[in-house]
Ligand binder design. Structure first.
Ligand SMILES: C[S@@+](CC[C@H](N)C(=O)[O-])C[C@H]1O[C@@H](n2cnc3c(N)ncnc32)[C@H](O)[C@@H]1O
Length: 400
């Protein structure tokens, strides 16, 4: 007996193909939506898109023309550094040739990154704490900017002026104007700069709040302030090394001799800070006993002359004395300048937010693949990463 199996009715070939295609499309759409949203999520939560591109080097100018421009800038800086024999510049340039210009490609990458971050191209820019001014020269040449190079020390500005004049006699195009002044109290017109940057200087500034107030005043709306620094309080090694240095600056004549050997004009009259405070206390209370003077000198580290005098005058044996500020007690009692204050980049970002800035804190990793970490924006991760490398860039954009 033959069993005839009834076959289920089959869809036509055309319908099957259509069905398969629709299924494939649906799967692909689901997969790509999933990938896209995850990528977006990863980008939103972990990375800054623009910083990622920057770290990957996608915006890096390539080719012979860029290489020739980099070489021209390096030649200009080297020529500039030898444009004056100012005694303080002689030591400083030896240090900088070893520190900044030992790896020329990284130096130029850093200066290009600064210009990219701040959009410093064809702009009027202020360099705060310019030292002898070769960063100002780089920013001027990289972005065709007009740079006002500001420093509080007349010795730095004298040297910078000589270097600028000498370089003008050579075949380099740049626009740098050295100006002597204090960023906390500078007499420059409001809304007169498109951008401001400060490299390894804010840790010395005597009043960061006043500096930020002035930067907000000097910047045009939409302008950018960039703080580049490595005195990062969140880095364990740096904290230890800085505090060791503070102890020497406080008490050691040997350290003072070293400072005089590298910058004889700037440190011509230098004394350990504890010695300076002792003189202030002795003058304010000549009859005070030695033990009390010692106590006052110790507890007034970080204070200014008038505060120390007031405390010495009202001091009574057994009275309560001030406690040292953990991050910034090493300070010149006469000028208020800090030897090297320890900075919390996130606390500074909050100070700038209060003054109407939009802010971002970025790392200063210079080599690949660590450069990719510069794009991370998760605060707890970034705080942990500062233990690997202390350098940071604080980006602040003036909103109103
Ligand atoms: C360590 S140097 C850095 C110089 C230069 N930017 C560099 O990286 O080579 C710090 C500079 O900040 C300057 N400075 C400190 N306080 C300042 C202030 N209140 N206004 C302007 N400049 C200041 C110092 O005179 C010094 O030249």
């Amino acid at each position: 007996m033959r069993i005839i199996r009834q076959r289920a009715p089959q869809p036509s070939a055309k319908a099957t193909t259509r069905f398969r295609l629709a299924g494939k499309r649906l799967c692909w759409k689901a997969l790509s939506t999933c990938l896209k949203s995850n990528a977006l999520l990863v980008k939103i939560v972990f990375f800054e898109g623009e910083a990622l591109l920057d770290a990957l080097g996608w915006r890096k100018p390539v080719g012979n023309q860029a290489r020739r421009q980099d070489q021209k800038i390096i030649d200009a800086i080297q020529s500039y550094m030898f444009g004056s024999e100012h005694p303080d510049l002689v030591g400083y340039r030896t240090q900088s040739l070893e520190r900044d210009l030992k790896h020329k490609d990284l130096f130029i990458w850093g200066m290009r990154r600064l210009c990219r971050l701040g959009a410093f191209y064809n702009k009027r820019i202020l360099d705060v704490g310019c030292g002898f001014g070769w960063q100002a020269l780089s920013v001027s040449m990289i972005g065709n900017n007009s740079v006002v190079a500001l420093d509080i020390l007349p010795s730095m500005i004298e040297g910078a002026r000589e270097c600028v004049e000498t370089l003008h006699t050579k075949d380099f195009v740049f626009d740098v104007s050295p100006v002597c002044g204090d960023i906390c109290d500078v007499d420059l017109p409001a809304n007169s700069f498109d951008g401001i940057y400060s490299i390894e200087a804010i840790e010395h500034v005597h009043d960061i709040g006043q500096m930020f107030d002035n930067c907000a005043r000097l910047l045009k709306k939409g302008g950018t302030l960039l703080i580049v620094n490595d005195s990062n309080a969140l880095n364990r090694d740096l904290r230890k090394n800085t505090i060791d240095m503070w102890r020497k600056r406080e008490n050691s004549w040997e350290w003072i001799s070293y400072l005089k050997s590298i910058r004889p004009i700037e440190h011509g009259e230098a004394q350990p800070f504890s010695v300076m405070r002792r003189v202030i206390v002795e003058n304010a209370r000549p009859a005070l006993d030695e033990a009390s003077i010692d106590l006052i000198v110790k507890s007034t580290a970080g204070m200014l002359r008038n505060e120390i005098e007031a405390l010495a005058k009202q001091y009574k044996s057994g009275c309560e004395l001030p406690v040292l500020q953990e991050l910034d007690w090493c300070r010149n009692p006469l000028t208020g300048e800090y030897a090297e204050r320890l900075l919390d980049p996130f606390a500074m970002a909050d100070m700038l937010k209060q003054r109407g800035f939009f802010t971002k804190v970025r790392h200063g990793f210079r080599r690949q693949p660590l450069r990719l970490l510069n794009a991370i924006k998760l605060r707890p991760l970034n705080i942990a990463l500062f233990n690997l490398r202390p350098n940071f860039i604080l980006y602040a954009e003036k909103h109103h």
